[in-house]
Write a protein that binds this ligand. Sequence first.
Ligand SMILES: C[S@@+](CC[C@H](N)C(=O)[O-])C[C@H]1O[C@@H](n2cnc3c(N)ncnc32)[C@H](O)[C@@H]1O
Length: 274
Amino acid sequence: MTVIVIPIMPIIDRLFSIQPLRKAIWKLWYPFLTRRLRKDDVLFLNYAFETEPPMVLQLSPEDELNRPSIQLYHHVATQAVLKGKKVLEVSCGHGGGASYLSRTLHPASYTGLDLNGTGVRFCQKRHARAGLTFLQGDAERLPFPSGAFGAVINVEASHCYPDFPQFLREVERVLQPGGTFLYADFRFRDGFDAWERDLADAPLSLFSQSDISADVLRGMDLNSARSLDLIHRTLPSFLQGLGRDFAGVEGSRLYEGLKSGEVSYRSFCFTKMS
Ligand SMILES: C[S@@+](CC[C@H](N)C(=O)[O-])C[C@H]1O[C@@H](n2cnc3c(N)ncnc32)[C@H](O)[C@@H]1O
């Protein structure tokens, strides 16, 4: 029998290099993932975070399973005070971060937005609580009036946006004067210059930034066994290589890239000038 092996990563890389296709691919991929993962109650889609020595974060028993991914949210969101603020999270995924932050940091309200309508419907059912709302929308065209929020959060999603500067302009528009933008994501080396230039040109002032690549690598190690189990159980075999790459387990391009410096994961706090 002849086995035809399709080299899926080069095909995907080629498709991603065609800008207009990017959003269309994510629009298909994330709802597909939600349908596969919702049975397992997967609430986070990020690479996670752990410090050395380990963070000491008191969590409820229900949150313990998601500790590594919660720690990434905690790190990003506690760069500013959210208590009493109207918070928007752009690209909330399956809402685990929105639920955790709205329960523990006491914002006045918390709105989670994502392009993935299937994910948003999952969030609406799974995280029903007062003051927490979810809606479908595009990071590059935020469906809110100017000055509607005191803080905007964005975790590990901006690499998906075809027009990152347009997203930054939208963040500035929906923030109140003095509001904060709490942000974390990664880029491959060939994207470092554009990333830094776009952030420097953004209509926001940089308050602080850090390279958290080593912390994210430790987070990936903590999540690895669970990610591999999910990949084996939920993805057809021809997509498992893609799943491992996407989940960032040891040997994946992201994991090895973070180790070698080919990938950089950074967190930032910006403010909108008053
Ligand atoms: C890696 S996941 C991270 C999700 C979540 N922040 C977390 O940490 O669990 C990236 C998310 O970005 C969303 N996304 C991609 N493109 C988007 C866009 N143009 N507008 C809004 N969300 C988008 C995806 O649907 C997905 O939920």
